[in-house]
Design a protein around this ligand. Structure first.
Ligand SMILES: Cc1cc2nc3c(=O)[nH]c(=O)nc-3n(C[C@H](O)[C@H](O)[C@H](O)COP(=O)(O)OP(=O)(O)OC[C@H]3O[C@@H](n4cnc5c(N)ncnc54)[C@H](O)[C@@H]3O)c2cc1C
Length: 347
């Protein structure tokens, strides 16, 4: 089992800045996120949009903000567990927390900070009869092993970057590839759409404008899809595999089962330490609520600073924690790796 001072649930902007604030107080963190990448809503929902209300940065894209945060937290060497959802948080007899993910990772932590935003992002599912029976075998929401598609008949559903990326990556490896989307409006980058259209005109793949309306199964085996085209006609598409990339939507998920009070899917906290009703579990960012709460990155950054002091007090009760400026404190410089400490100072 991995042992650490703090587990942070969520690698959105607030979870990332939380690493920094904990690091300044000499606390190490492991960060877990169900997404395969860091950045939370910023990266998942609006990566290229400009943000104008980050202090001292007049404008930057959401992606750039996340890159800058990653750079800022580097001195504290956080350990990331990406693509893993925190399933369970339980307090052991020794007062520490055992945190388990759906991938089987187990961490032993002194405190837990929930920075889960609006919950973990889940794929939008194909909800046709029979879909659950073939999920993971012939119906896929992510690609784990592209090799399984070699020489097969593939249908890809979607119009975003994931759908186009996989169509472009697989068209020359499978037997046939049909991209299905209900309209000709694509959300993917224009260059990828042009490349897909060129491959269609060269008959290396096909595009079908319509909705998947049925799954034709032989027992537990998918044989073909029914696709209702815009013309109103229903087509049969032979398929060994269907890959669905309809985007992601957030769901509170397992956070609701950790014994935390919830108010409309948010965790009430005190505004001194951002502590929850469970001692040792703190909540920052979009996931928490308190009088006057504003779901802004700026608010989350402030919360992360105070939560770090709260965690420090919780882990070392009675120990005096002095506020130190990063400009002038040698011990801060040492922790940041910007200079050698000249003498030892209290935390
Ligand atoms: C289109 C749009 C534009 C916006 N523009 C601005 C703006 O200009 N300025 C501004 O201040 N704010 C803006 N916001 C809001 C801002 O994005 C949020 O306030 C911010 O992302 C909250 O950060 P967070 O770290 O609390 O949560 P999130 O960014 O939501 O990150 C939470 C992370 O936790 C993970 N997670 C949740 N549960 C689990 C679990 N059980 N296990 C593992 N991982 C889990 C999720 O996968 C997610 O990655 C905007 C939001 C949107 C949608």
């Amino acid at each position: 089992m991995i042992s650490t001072d703090v587990v942070i649930v969520g690698a959105g902007p607030v979870g990332l800045f939380q690493v920094f604030e904990l690091g300044l107080l000499d606390l190490r963190a492991h960060v877990i996120d169900s997404m395969p990448q860091v950045g939370g809503q910023c990266v998942e929902l609006y990566p290229d949009k400009p943000i104008y209300d980050i202090p001292a940065i007049p404008v930057c894209s959401a992606n750039e903000l996340i890159e800058r945060l990653m750079q800022q937290i580097k001195p504290f060497a956080p350990q990331f567990h990406l693509g893993e959802e925190v399933a369970e948080v339980a307090r052991g007899d020794n007062g520490r927390f055992c945190v388990r993910t759906n991938a089987g990772t187990e961490l032993d932590a002194g405190a837990v900070i929930v920075a889960g935003g609006v919950g973990s992002f889940r794929p939008r599912l194909l909800t046709l009869p029979g879909a659950e029976r073939i999920e993971g075998r012939q119906l896929h929401y992510k690609v784990q092993d592209p090799g399984v598609f070699a020489g097969r008949d593939i249908v890809i559903a979607g119009a975003g970057d994931s759908a186009l990326d996989w169509a472009l990556a697989l068209y020359d490896k499978c037997n046939s590839l049909v991209l299905v989307h209900r309209s000709r409006e694509f959300r993917a980058a224009a260059g990828k759409v042009r490349q897909m259209e060129r491959l269609c005109s060269e008959q290396k793949m096909q595009f079908l404008e319509g909705d998947i309306s049925g799954l034709l199964l032989d027992g537990d085996r998918l044989e073909a899809l029914q696709v209702r085209a815009r013309s109103g006609l229903t087509n049969r598409l032979d398929a060994d595999h269907v890959l669905v990339f309809w985007g992601l939507h957030p769901k509170l998920g397992p956070i609701a089962t950790w014994g935390l009070d919830l108010e409309k899917n948010q965790i009430p906290v005190d505004t001194a330490h951002f502590a929850t009703n469970v001692q040792g579990i703190f909540a920052v960012g979009d996931i928490n609520t308190y009088p006057g709460k504003k779901k802004l990155i700026l608010s989350g950054f402030h919360e992360a600073a105070l939560a770090a002091f709260g965690v420090r007090e919780f882990l070392a009760p009675g120990e005096k924690v002095h506020l130190q400026y990063t400009t002038t404190s040698p011990i801060m410089h040492k922790r940041l790796g910007v200079a050698e400490a000249t003498r030892s100072e209290p935390a």
